[in-house]
Design a protein around this ligand. Structure first.
Ligand SMILES: [Zn+2]
Length: 750
């Protein structure tokens, strides 16, 4: 045992010394493979070191009973809600925090105060009006009353987008508390302001299409990590919401169709017998959507605007939010999807302006999303998922409901780009049902946990169901990240940055995060280990509130792959991937017989390449191999061992081999696995895949020797562009091979 230790020591120190000598000016060691111990929160009985919830994990619940009316005459909403709040925490609560998101549009909002602006030679009136808050719009939540269950007024304080209600009696652990809030607000005109919720006006016919969200005072999350999550809503960072059960009754113009989170509970009061029969038919239509409201029917209603009202009743259980859309313009179709033992409905609501694009594509896109996401995460648990057409620049997600952009041209035509954008949008927003609606992360603090994971699954859905349809699908592809990684570092932020401080959110929180996961699956972990771990995370945290550490830990816990280096590089740094193949040297053994006879000969550096060959050898293989000697193992290496190894056998094994010593530098800083493609003289190819841990001792420069049967003509690092290497021109040896090789790759990827 002792001898063995000594031998290891001799070998290790020799190797270290050699490394040190050849890298005299190496940059500082940055501990890229050190564990994240100091950075991740200490595990406890709420959240374990394995990444799952602990034995004492708890979360709050907020049930809502909402009665509201949509006023089509002045585009406003008024409502009354009873919230039943369940304090499942071990803590005593003396106040509750609610979110008043509409206050983003109030005159005194911090969003307009803190957004920066500058003057240009010419600007559009709309831009100027937005910059200087010139709209004459009375926005914001108007709180009329806040009362307890017995109707007594409760004291409250509004701080911008947050409202604190002070409780007359503390709510103890395990207790519940009911309160009532009455409110109203004016709905934002989406033509003027880009928002997550608002109305679209059709001036030719005088009709409105409402997409309504963040519309009722909503409970904040109270949890074991931050207490009350009452970070102000500035418009960028999305939402953190507790789960609960909703009963919502919405009064709207009688000829409106309402799309919403949950299921309609009073079909007979809001739909005709014929519409109910069509909806029934949709429940067993698995191959194509059934129209519940046709384009013709919707067009008729547009002409004869009803003055009557109707009240729709919805119920949704175990959801974190409730949104709805309402218009007489809605065409409505639905079909059934088979997920496990359930058959949820995939549905779409759209005005005639969205046809023929939407009737062809939307509901199928919903179905494809539910099927593929369920495979990689958990079976879709809700009874329906809907896609609503709106016209705002972005798209937005809610439980069972999403607002999606893009409509065809006025004449009904659309090109591939528009089709792709439509499909991208629907798949992405419907996909958000899983992250963050079910795996309920805190969007206000961490954007990649929903946007990154979702963009990654969006990519899997698109490639599985729609194939390669061009640039629109590229967000998770490594090569698509290269322009970003090549860009200006001063505007880059690590993924672990709060969304309000992010400059390139699309490229980072969506694109980089999705690419990271794609690389993790394709190159680092492999499908089997990744898919199991990712599913484990989804199952562990479905209907719970995960934090970044829970994801990082679960991915390792379920796979036995130490990924701390990966999280460090991809989530905590802005380093790009840039590996350079500095040098390849070709060697063969000197005649074996001579080697064995030269017993006194010791291997020194000078043996590796004779000086006259060095320069030429550094450029290509044309000067033939250099020669090295393999000599018998000195008896002192064996110490007290009785046995010795068969030197001759080793030498015989290497005799005809070509030895290649490759030198790689990590110029970018982000450590990555090394994928080496060898092209042999006979035209055949071979790939060696080296895990990222090759960089664990020297993060900057490594050399490694390979023994190959055949003569090599070209060595290429990452030939299929699995990693976003920002300077691929130094990935090949000999360098001169590069242009032809690139043409070859281009042909392949077309
Ligand atoms: Zn999203």
């Amino acid at each position: 045992m002792k001898q063995f230790v000594l031998l290891l020591f001799v070998m290790a120190s020799g190797a270290a010394l050699a490394q040190e000598k050849s890298n005299e000016n190496v940059p500082q060691w940055k501990g890229k493979f050190e564990q994240l111990d100091q950075i991740l929160p200490t595990p406890n009985e709420y959240r374990t070191g394995s990444g799952s919830s602990g034995i004492k994990y708890w979360q709050q619940q907020a049930d809502y009973n909402i009665v509201a009316e949509l006023h089509d005459d002045n585009q406003s909403i008024s409502g009354s809600e009873t919230i039943t709040y369940y304090n499942n925490s071990p803590d005593v609560l003396t106040y509750l925090w609610l979110q008043l998101d509409q206050n983003l549009f109030a005159k005194e909002s911090n969003t307009s105060k803190t957004s920066t602006s500058a003057l240009k030679d010419s600007s559009s009136a709309k831009t100027m009006a937005n910059q200087l808050s010139l709209w004459d719009f009375d926005g914001g939540h108007k709180i009329r009353t806040v009362k307890d269950a017995s109707g007594k007024d409760l004291p409250y304080t509004i701080n911008k987008t947050m409202m604190r209600i002070d409780l007359p009696q503390p709510v103890k652990a395990g207790e519940k508390y009911a309160l009532n809030v009455e409110w109203s607000f004016n709905i934002v005109d989406l033509n003027k302001v880009s928002a997550r919720s608002g109305f679209e006006f059709f001036p030719q016919e005088g009709n409105y299409l409402y997409t309504v969200a963040q519309w009722f005072p909503r409970m904040c999350v109270y949890d074991d990590v931050v207490g009350w999550q009452n970070k102000q809503f500035l418009g960028g960072g999305e939402f953190a919401l507790p789960f609960g059960n909703y009963k919502v009754s919405l009064t709207v113009p009688a000829d409106h169709i309402v799309a919403a989170t949950g299921m309609i509970k009073n079909l007979a009061q809001v739909l005709s017998d014929e519409q109910i029969a069509r909806l029934e038919k949709a429940k067993t239509s698995f191959d194509k959507p059934v129209l519940i409201v046709t384009q013709h029917e919707a067009s008729e209603k547009e002409k004869n605007k009803s003055r009557e009202k109707k009240t729709w009743q919805f119920e949704a259980n175990n959801v974190r939010d409730f949104a709805f859309a309402s218009s007489r313009k809605f065409i409505w179709d639905a079909m059934a999807v088979s997920i496990g033992n359930a058959t949820p409905l995939a549905m779409s609501y759209y005005p005639k302006e969205a046809n023929p694009l939407w009737e062809k594509e939307s509901t199928f896109a919903v179905k494809n999303t539910l099927e593929v996401y369920s495979k990689y995460t958990i079976d879709y648990p809700y009874p329906q998922a809907s896609s609503v057409s709106w016209i705002n620049g972005g798209a937005m997600e809610y439980p069972m409901l999403s607002f999606n952009r893009t409509r065809p041209n006025k004449d009904g035509t659309y090109d591939d780009k528009k089709l792709n954008r439509t499909l991208n949008g629907i798949i992405h927003e419907v996909g958000h049902n899983f992250f963050p609606m079910i795996v309920n992360s805190d969007e206000r603090q961490t954007t990649w946990m929903d946007e990154g994971l979702n963009s990654f699954l969006e990519y899997l859905t698109e490639t599985e169901r729609y194939g390669d349809r061009g640039l629109a699908w590229d967000r998770a592809k490594a090569s698509a990240l290269i322009p970003y990684m090549k860009g200006n570092k001063t505007t880059m932020r690590p993924l672990m940055t709060n969304s309000e401080q992010v400059i390139q959110g699309g490229a980072e929180q969506y694109g980089k995060a999705a690419t990271a996961l794609n690389i993790l699956r394709e190159t680092v972990m492999g499908h089997e280990l990744f898919d199991k771990a990712f599913k484990e995370y989804s199952q562990r945290w479905a209907f719970k509130h995960p934090k970044p550490a829970d994801f990082f830990r679960t991915m390792e816990d379920a796979s036995a792959v130490d990924l701390d280096w990966f999280w460090r590089g991809w989530f905590y740094s802005t380093d790009p991937v840039d590996i350079s193949l500095d040098q390849v040297r070709w060697f063969k053994l000197r005649n074996a017989q001579t080697s064995l006879e030269g017993k006194e000969k010791t291997v020194t550096k000078g043996d590796l390449a004779s000086p006259k060959n060095d320069k030429k050898a550094a450029e290509d293989f044309s000067n033939g191999p250099n020669y090295i000697s393999v000599i018998p193992t000195d008896s002192r290496f064996y110490g007290e061992y009785q046995n010795t190894i068969d030197d001759k056998a080793v030498i015989t094994k290497l005799e005809r081999k070509n030895l290649y010593e490759i030198t790689l530098s990590n110029k970018g800083g982000l450590v990555m696995p090394v994928i080496i493609e060898w092209t042999y003289k006979d035209g055949s190819k071979e790939i060696d895949r080296i895990p990222a841990e090759i960089w664990r001792v020297n993060e900057h420069k490594v050399t490694k020797v390979f023994a190959k049967e055949k003569e090599v003509t070209c060595v290429w690092i990452d030939p299929q562009k699995e990693t976003p290497d920002i300077s691929p021109e130094d990935n090949m040896f000999p360098r001169s091979e590069l242009p032809s090789k690139f043409d070859e790759l281009k042909k392949k990827t077309k």
